[in-house]
Design a protein. Structure first.
Length: 463
């Protein structure tokens, strides 16, 4: 059974203890493995209209493009182009919902300014596809650890990212919880999209801010993920928010992936190793979990046989390579320069410049390499501004380290070239018979090879 066919969904929503109507909307389509949470905003129940429109239109768009989903399901993890198609389809669906909500608001003064947050999760084969706008959230439980995999589009989060104010200062900002992106307020909206490889036992929680607003730390969600009965877990999450105040509408969708087959287990081990290897690289060492997922989204794993050439000296390339398993040899001409094993990398300069490869790299045993292409790297830099700053800063650090090492190597080489060869002074040549008055068994007199001492008549220094 495919992993995407072994999923359980549980959902619950509640008006809360303060509001008189529920502006949250959600959808679970088990056949499509699609989950959506939308939290509407706007006076005169317009928020409820906006969230309902968003959920309906996105559902319709996904069903309309079901062939794209089915194509990717057939191709599996090799369908890289198919993955981009699905993300593009989800983004287009959000944009169509955005335009429809905005248009309806223009037609009715009572709905002017209405909009909605939106967090959608579509699971196809071994991957989850996410589209996100606003401050609803998607959490992932994997390996006993809960992590938030969407970013809040709020004034508070924007101030934190920019580092302009301390957290205590931000708490005093009147509109700190105002959202900076919403579906429908304008005709178009910037949509965060993400692909994540899903594993057996993974659990996702989609939550409106009426729930996650009462969660101070992600670890507080662990007991609810661990609850055996999913319906009980979602009901208890609703109860938690109501006990703590229930000041907003509350919605939770729990998505649980079941057990996989042996192939899924092998994929899980490789994914864990891939995550570890990337995290140890200086270029990626300071990334958050969400940012690391973004890198892993575009980092392919390629297998090489013994004696297969990875890169050829003189060829132009655009990839960074990291050895995941196996061993590769670095050579220039007939000279072997080095051998690299798991965790070691080469070719990072190809990410920022198009230059011929300076060496040939060959697999000397069956090997798997992580490959990151320049186009994908540039796309991240264009779309993820905060992540771009981190990556470029780390890249500068890598270049600075290389420059320091080159300077040290050059300095050492110069010292060797400039050093006076005093070998003859310490070990003089033996004299051939008849060549000198001294016996052949004795060394030359000291003054025969040392420079003459300065004369007493030499001019004084500085003269």
């Amino acid at each position: 059974m495919a992993l995407s066919e072994n999923i359980q969904f549980y959902a619950a929503t509640d008006v809360g203890r303060v509001r008189d109507h529920n502006e949250d909307n959600f959808l679970v389509d088990k056949k499509l493995a699609l989950s959506i949470v939308a939290d509407g905003m706007g006076g005169h129940a317009a928020g409820e209209v906006a969230s309902a429109l968003a959920v309906r239109i996105i559902h319709e768009e996904v069903k309309k493009h079901k062939d794209v989903v089915e194509k990717y399901a057939r191709e599996g993890v090799s369908g890289r182009a198919g993955a981009k198609e699905i993300l593009a389809m989800l983004e287009l669906a959000v944009q169509r919902a955005c335009a429809k909500i905005h248009d309806e608001a223009k037609q009715d003064a009572n709905k002017r300014g209405m909009g909605t947050t939106l967090s959608a999760l579509l699971i196809v084969a071994s991957h989850g596809f996410i589209a996100h706008v606003g401050d609803s959230r998607i959490y992932l439980l994997r390996g006993g650890k809960v992590q938030q995999i969407t970013e809040d589009h709020t004034v508070y989060n924007e101030l934190i990212k920019r580092g302009k104010l301390t957290r205590d200062q931000i708490e005093k900002v009147a509109q700190k919880n105002a959202i900076t992106r919403a579906v429908g307020v304008y005709e178009r909206v910037e949509v965060d999209t993400l692909t994540i490889e899903v594993l057996p036992g993974d659990q996702f929680l989609l939550a409106s801010d009426g729930l996650h607003g009462y969660i101070a730390h992600t670890a507080e969600l662990e007991p609810y993920f661990e609850e055996a009965d999913g319906e009980t877990a979602t009901r208890e999450l609703i109860d938690l928010a109501n006990r703590k105040g229930g000041k907003d509408n509350i919605t939770a969708i729990l998505v649980r992936l079941g057990a996989g087959d042996k192939q899924d287990d092998n994929r899980a081990r490789r994914l864990h190793l891939k995550r570890e290897v990337l995290a140890k690289m200086p270029l990626f060492s300071r990334l958050s979990e969400r940012e690391m997922l973004r890198i892993m989204q575009v980092a392919d794993v390629v297998s090489y046989d013994v004696d297969q050439i990875v890169v050829q000296e003189g060829d132009r390339g655009d990839e960074l390579f990291i050895v995941l398993s196996g061993q590769v040899r670095i050579s220039r001409g007939e000279t072997v320069l080095n051998e690299f094993g798991p965790g070691e990398h080469f070719g990072e300069m190809a990410l920022i410049r198009a230059a011929p490869r300076s060496a040939t790299v060959t697999a000397i045993e069956p090997s798997e390499l992580i490959v990151l292409h320049r186009n994908d790297f540039f796309e991240i830099l264009r779309k993820e501004h905060e992540l771009a700053v981190k990556l470029l800063w780390q890249f500068l650090g890598v270049l600075a380290d290389r420059l320091d090492q080159t300077s040290r190597d050059l300095s050492s080489a110069r010292e060797e070239l400039n050093a006076e060869d005093i070998t003859d002074a310490i070990f003089p040549d033996e004299v051939e018979p008849g060549e000198d008055d001294a016996p052949v068994t004795e060394p030359r007199p000291r003054d025969s090879y040392l420079p003459e001492p300065p004369s007493d008549q030499s001019p004084p220094v500085g003269a």
